[in-house]
Design a protein around this ligand. Structure first.
Ligand SMILES: N[C@@H](CCC(=O)N[C@@H](CS)C(=O)NCC(=O)O)C(=O)O
Length: 240
């Protein structure tokens, strides 16, 4: 068996990997793991990723978790165009810097915005207080400002003149609050123009296809009580 990617396009790191693999014509079998059905908690999936999270990769007998590790594995194994993860020492360090930063900052803010605005009230039927939602959206605002000021600055892409893994990971994060109905680009013309550039670099059709699921998150039917009970502990741990 060749490369298998275990993904749910509801998940932002899964979308980054999906777009990266498709854009670079990396052949893979898609193994969909539906988070909202709790499929990631199954014993079968734990054989692939004992952490019980998506994304995960299986390449023959080799299994790998963690989106950044997976993206770098694909970059090295398939020798993709240099701009994704440059050989140049400093440019590469800039990509690393962004990938290290985003996990506890942009990822957290975007995830919380989606869950507090949509997934808790609509999918889990759990109201979120206006104060909590306001705190979450204010936190998102601060993080977006850091993304713009520290990373994008006045460049075309986060690292320089060319699209890289950093842009792909960042844009797929931002589409989480967009899916929740947050106007993340309002009053942020630089970020909006960057988003259009990343979308064009990836290809509009692929970008749209990868984001179909998240853009429909607002219409998720309510979870049935058994699923809700199954998912709740992991959800609470995830958005802490
Ligand atoms: N650090 C991991 C995080 C993976 C992660 O949190 N995945 C989420 C979806 S975005 C998940 O599977 N959540 C299910 C759970 O925590 O129960 C990565 O970047 O791959």
């Amino acid at each position: 068996m060749g490369l298998e990617l275990y993904l749910d396009l509801l998940s932002q790191p899964c979308r980054a990997i999906y777009i990266f693999a498709k854009k670079n014509r990396i052949p893979f079998e898609m193994r969909t793991v539906e988070l909202l059905k709790g499929q990631h908690l199954s014993d079968a999936f734990a054989q692939v990723n004992p952490l019980k999270k998506v994304p995960a990769l299986k390449d023959g007998d080799f299994t790998l978790a963690e989106s950044v590790a997976i993206l770098l594995y694909l970059t090295r194994k398939y020798k993709v165009a240099d701009h994704w993860y440059p050989q140049d020492l400093e440019a590469c360090a800039r990509v690393d810097e962004y990938l290290a930063w985003q996990h506890t900052t942009l990822r957290r803010s975007c995830l919380r915005a989606l869950w507090h605005k949509v997934m808790f009230p609509v999918f889990l039927g759990e109201p979120v207080s206006p104060e909590m939602l306001a705190t979450t959206l204010a936190e998102l605002d601060v993080t977006l400002q850091l993304l713009e000021d520290k990373f994008l600055q006045n460049k075309a892409f986060l690292i320089g003149p060319h699209v890289s893994l950093a842009d792909l990971v960042a844009i797929t994060e931002l589409m989480h609050p967009v899916g929740a109905g947050c106007q993340v680009f309002e009053g942020r013309p630089k970020l909006a123009a960057w988003c259009r550039r990343v979308e064009a670099a990836v290809g509009e059709d692929l970008f749209r296809e990868a984001h179909e699921v998240i853009l429909k998150a607002k219409d998720s039917p309510p979870a049935d009580p058994t699923i809700k009970q199954k998912l709740m502990p992991a959800v609470l741990a995830m958005i802490r």
